[in-house]
Design a protein. Sequence first.
Lengths: 194, 160, 666, 322
Amino acid sequence: MVVTATQERTPTFFEEVVSATPGGKTNLELCLQCGTCGGSCPSGQDMEHTPRALFAMITAGMKQQVLSSNTPWYCVSCYYCTVRCPQEIHITDLMYTLKRMAIKHGYYRQSTAADAPDFSQTFIGYVENYGRSFELGLATRYHLSHHPLDVVKMAPMGLGMWRKGRMDLTPKKIKSIQQLRAILEKARELGGEA
Amino acid sequence: MSEQFEPVIVGFLCNWCSYRAADLAGTARIKYAPNMRPIRVMCSGRVDPQFVLKALREGADGVMIAGCHPGECHYVEGNIKALRRFFLLKNLLKQWGVEDERVQLVWASASEGNVLAQAVDRMTQQIRALGPLRWKESVWSENGHGPAEIIEKAPVAEEV
Amino acid sequence: MSEERVGVYVCHCGTNIAGVVDVVEVARWAGEQPNVVCARDYKFMCSSLGQELIEEDIKQNGLTRIVVAACSPHMHEKTFRGATQRGGLNPYFFEMANIREHNSWATNDKEMATQKAKALVNAAVQRVVYHQPLEPLQVQINSNTLIVGGGIAGISAALELANAGYHVYLVEREPSIGGHMAQLDKTFPTLDCSACILTPKMVDVGQHPNITLWSWSEVENVSGYIGNFSVTVRKKARYVNEDLCTGCGICEEKCPRKVIDEVFEAGLSYRKAIYRPFPQAVPKYPVLDPANCTYFERGKCKACQILCPTGAIDFEQQDQLITVEVGNIILATGYDLFDARRIPQYGYGRLANVFSSLEFERMVNAAGPTGGKIVLRDGVTQPQSVAIIHCVGSRDKNYNEYCSKVCCMYSLKFAHLVHERLPEAEVFNFYIDMRTPGKGYEEFYHRLLHEGTHFIRGRVAEVTDAARLPGEEGKLIIQAEDTLIGRQRRIPVDMVILSAGIQARDDSKEIAHLFGLGCDFDGFFVERHPKLDPVATMTEGVMIAGACQGPKDIPDSVSQGAAAAARVASLISQGTVLMEPVRASINAELCSGCRICNNLCPYNAIVFHADRKVSEVITALCQGCGTCVAACPSAAITGAHFTNQQVLSEIEGILWDVRQPQAEPV
Amino acid sequence: MKYGYYPGCSLERNASAYHKSTMAVAGPLGLELQEIDDWNCCGATEYFAVDALPAYALVARNLALAAEQPGNGHQVVAPCSACYLNLRKVDHYMGNSPELASQVNTALAAGGLHYSPGTVKVRHLLDVFVNDLGYERLAEKITKPLTGLRVAPYYGCVMLRPVLDGTFDNPEYPNTMDTLMATLGAEVVDFPLKAHCCGGHMTQISENVALELIYRLLKNASEYDADVIVTLCPMCQLNLDAYQDSVNKYFKSDFKIPILYFTQMIGLALGMDPIDLGIGKEFVDARPALAKIGVEIPVEEAAKKKKTGKEELPMPRMPVEG
């Protein structure tokens, strides 16, 4: 699928997805609809659409349905689909792209995995403030905002983690956090679609 | 036509692999830069260095020599001979300040239309970036007599 | 400035060329070029009218040279040389400019395409004026033919030629002819028994007076050219004297050494150290395999020798090198089955009850290891459920991208055989697309639907023995997406058959090199033209037939074998063949006797006359590559039709628009 | 052998045992691991899901730091599979797409950094052990072989997949760690799910989905009577270990399979003190299993090679592992 810069018409959803994937080479147009991805997927049963089906929907331009599907959020990044795909489609990368687009367009709120993006957001919030991630804070803050009850449920494990010296009570902060923020700031400003 | 500089590349394609690769590229409707102008030779081994010098001297911005993959030469190993000759020629050209990208050797089997097409695209971009060769001004004058002698040896058709 | 009168003809090729190149403008412009006395554009130059146009102009306008700007010379050079000749000129006073494949089909930029077309036309014009009259070389055709490969394609070819009264040398690598077809049980879609239809043909080959059969042999060396090849064949030591052996089989019976038969039985059963792959083997003589023979290992045993009633066993036998002269060669070297071990997630070699398609062919074969019983690896248990996985190693960029063509059909055949032998068993076929083009093929598919095979549209993700759900314990679980319902499914079965694809022989590249052929990316031999000449190759006098050219089923292989034979027969009956006079020649006056060319020539076609201190080209051996021409320091060698003069002026012509140094390139 | 060392966030805390054991065995085996100064989080699986370019920049900062830090021979070792993948992936994609590379570098420039793709070679810790050190050199150092311990090597996903420009083991059915464990004298289980998924971050997003995946692994391992599951990734260890209890509650099962790091196994085989290897930090107690080491135990059901009947058909020959 070659997306030439010169075309006047507004890009199709398919083209949006392809160009929003870093490197821009997804092989998505080559999909045979063979289902190797759907068959290989560990969380395949829990997906509203198998990756294969999702690709057909992308080609069909069903933007809203695709971006509100829980499929990308149930991707565990095991890359089985990617290595097994007979057409060498960058499936896992495409899932990341769809997650980003879903957040951008706010569609994910309608998906049954509506919390997932917030988990990611919480996570990177910590990374941006400290430069490193931080299980306890992550778990509690994320769960407080989404599954208050789970915090109680998780307490024993958290406690255990802490007792085993496997969890921090305070996050580690890197020395040049300012430098990191500057970099991320610049990146976000360049970022746009990609 | 676009304003950008459109290099002219002379391609010496061997009859058995690369010429057929170009045929295949066409038959498969693979689109690639129209800047390469093919000349058919029976084997890349037939490409006499004077052909290359002649082409550059006559205004080409680059020369592509294309043959069968090593080991697949229709004439057993003509392409290997071409390879040896190619290296000698490159040394010569380097001394005269002709950039590496301007003269390239490419392997493309009869089944590799895409390979040839990509090679042409790549080479066209590289030379577009380099700009025109202007053999007569740059190479000829700057280096004074050096190449001139050789080039004089590269005869004009009538002289042969 | 020469005074040749050139005629230029620019072909529209319908819109193929005219759609991109401004052919009218090119013709107009060409008319203004030096030497060009008439220039025309025409819808279809290759049509009889187009050709007559040329013939007319030669007569009317006294043309002396012809240039046609159209398709690739590989397509129509012959055609227009014909027209040129009919017009009364030497056919080599013609030159073709390829403005279709190399131009109009390769770009959408009309302006540059037109510019390029002008360059190509001009190059041809400036070249053609230096063309010299040439006469094609005529060579005699030896009526013997070498056929490499004794599978069904090679057998068909051999019988056609032999029956036509021509002698055939049939070389087979294995101990017996028959190829893969001999391993099969039934053949789709008619289900007639493979052996029943094959063995009579094998016997014919074995007994035919016009066929010399060398099995357990390989071609070692090939030299020469069409009509006059000289081929050296290595007849590997059989350790059996064929003149004494009666094929009684006692040696095989008495041999104490059992080894797994990786070839004929696809590793599913055993053979002896001295063996015939199967009872109906042709020739009937067994082969002793020294690598596994107790005598060769420990110097004792000799059971076969002692018990052979005719004393035919000869431990001293050596390989034999035989050289034969043939006029043509047919390659029918067949295919290898894709090795399913390369796809670990299907578990072949790791999970006992995963079988390859060839293993299953042997299993269902009445003459096979289990006498046709379908059983699990334990040799006794009958499977209650069987999964057949299509496209194993095919249609997959990680392995072979192409479709192997036969797997869908043989998978259907497998399904049928399971239904037939185990009526209780359930059969699941996992496919991506069901491909059944061919006479009676789709009907066979419908028959299987009727027989109750479960067809699941989905490429299998993995085969595992890791039970997860109830009912999976002790089974092989097929995990796949049923794409027609868009859900992941796990189907527990007892037996899995991997429908492995067809791929080129692992040594096809070496074979191709030996016979001077081209191999495509996948290792299949390249035919002269994919549509119009699928049996000939770029090398005159060498034909190809069967799966060595690409995946094929039996009927296709038989047809191509026969077709190759017909091509050879027609060449033989012509008696002689014309060859391109593109040859090198040395001007003794200019030759300095440096002998550089002598070693350069891959065909040893250049001899050195020590007495006169000059080299000379043996025209019959020269293939016209021109390497020597380019290398000759004293420019004493001329390559006919590719002289320096011709190429140099072609270069000038092709650069018509950039030749003035001050002018910027467009 | 000198390398840059990128521990990653997990090894600082929840996988401190991995870090500790790595440090403990590296020295004696002649591996010099020099921590990348002031490295930052690799973004795990989350960052790429939110904002691509910052995610690339985040990782690229580490690569840039590694590239300019002297003495690491431009090789960075990551013990965590997720870090390993992210570092590789960013280097690879920057190499493949010049425009991505330039964007990332514009971002890095804001922090006075630059990274040219291909400068740093990213290695997984296991890769270094099996390929640079090698089984033989390791075998020489073994004083206390793990004889009698049934080990299920568990590779997880992202050390093996995607292949990008080549991995050091088979993405579908890896065996380097199997060989490594065999070298240590352990009895290696041919673990069918060795390369399957541990649930990754699903424990946070949709716990039931994750528990199901973890359950599959534990069930399969226990069917093969594994005493220990050996991992090479903090995420895998965390999910299989910390959630084993939840799995047991959810599925009414009672798995008690300790999850250890391959570096801890190496340490044990080198005769080191378990405490120095961080053993004891795991939730599922490893001591009962480790008590077996050196003790002969009867061959278990799963291990028994069933007698082959005479009708039995031969198995296809497998190529010798190179």
